[in-house]
Ligand binder design. Structure first.
Ligand code: TXD
Length: 319
């Protein structure tokens, strides 16, 4: 049986880590693509040279042309530029929207059957644009943010309670960034909701709110420490979990930026919601009940993502 093929569009910090993890997990053959010449080839060769030590068999190659991604089963997109000092969010949006246009055209031509995971920021708007530019079915184009945000929340909670990260589950909805919606009553330690843990005296409501805020600011905390660049290990691990669920038809329940067509009262937009990922891509969107506080946070998130999408439409009226 032929191996799966995984294309990584953008071979920077996250792209390189994605390639490493996909190799270590033997998810398939890996192609690194980037506009920087030599860089994807160099990273592919370096990683290939680690494969005898770690004992994994994955073809690893680098390319600067879209032909190289032909026939990919999974495409993970990190291509774009990060925000630099002096650059507004709209400047970033304009540049990365152009990148999504190129990437979308490349995927449409060479990998129209792939499951596409977008990571590029501003995430919820970029994945929306990428789906339009690529013309792929909406269930095959998804954005990564919720798995990362939930993982951060889980880690902070596990540290707080001194329990294994494995026994903490967490749900974070909404857009990626300041308006994300951590759902404390659906987040648990071994099935016991955080709201009950507050009643049981495991932590105070104030302390829980601090942890929620730290989760919201999780990306900025890493940027502040690194000084150059943003988080890449946890974002890469999160996207690999999504790719693996698709390739192995695991049907994992994962929060992802998914295309909403009426769910949660929204149409034609991407937003973080609980999904089931299996061999057909996003197979289901789980609509959970939101209480009035959660609904208010969710609506704020919708408004913020709609603002970004409107900015995209202004730049690219064809969208
Ligand atoms: O939760 C999330 N979704 C995120 C998103 C968490 C962390 C980081 N997030 C975003 O991912 C971040 O704001 C960036 O937009 C992306 C990628 O982050 P990374 O840290 O990997 O950025 P790099 O190292 O700058 O890599 C980007 C690469 C770089 O090698 C460029 O040469 C390349 O993208 N690039 C392109 N490749 C292909 N085609 C085009 N047009 C292109 N332009 C730049």
């Amino acid at each position: 049986m032929a191996r799966n093929k995984i294309a990584l569009i953008g071979s920077g910090q996250i792209g390189g880590t994605l390639a490493h993890l996909a190799g270590l997990k033997e998810l398939g053959d890996i192609v690194l693509f980037d506009i920087a010449e030599g860089m994807p080839q160099g990273k592919a060769l370096d990683l290939a040279e680690s494969s005898p030590v770690d004992g994994f068999d994955s073809g690893l190659s680098g390319t600067n042309t879209y032909e190289g991604i032909a026939g990919s089963d999974v495409v993970i997109v990190t291509a774009g530029v990060p925000r630099k000092p002096g650059m507004s969010r709209d400047d970033l949006l304009e540049i990365n929207l152009k990148v999504m246009e190129q990437v979308g055209a490349g995927i449409k031509k060479y990998a129209p059957d792939a499951f596409v995971i977008c990571i590029t920021n501003p995430l919820d708007a970029m994945v929306w644009a990428l789906q339009k530019f690529s013309g792929l079915p909406a269930n095959k184009v998804v954005g990564m943010a919720g798995v990362l945000d939930s993982s951060r929340f889980r880690y902070f909670l596990a540290e707080e309670f001194k329990v294994s990260v494995e026994d903490v589950t967490a749900f974070v909805l909404g857009g990626h960034g300041d308006t994300m919606v951590p759902l404390t009553r659906y987040s648990t330690v071994a099935g016991v909701p955080l709201t009950d843990l507050v009643k049981m005296g495991w932590l105070t409501a104030e302390r829980l709110e601090e942890i929620v805020q730290r989760t919201r600011d999780g990306g900025a905390e890493i940027v502040g420490l690194l000084k150059t660049g943003s988080a890449f290990y946890a974002p890469a691990a999160s996207a690999i979990a999504m790719a693996e669920s698709y390739l192995k038809d695991k049907k994992r329940v994962l929060p992802c930026a998914a295309y909403l067509d009426g769910q949660y009262g929204q149409k034609d937009m991407y937003l973080g919601v609980p999904t089931v990922i299996g061999e057909n891509g996003i197979e289901r969107i789980i609509e959970i009940d939101l209480n009035s506080d959660e609904k208010a946070m969710f609506d704020k998130s919708v408004a913020s993502v709609n603002g970004l999408v409107d900015a995209c439409k202004k730049i690219q009226p064809a969208l």
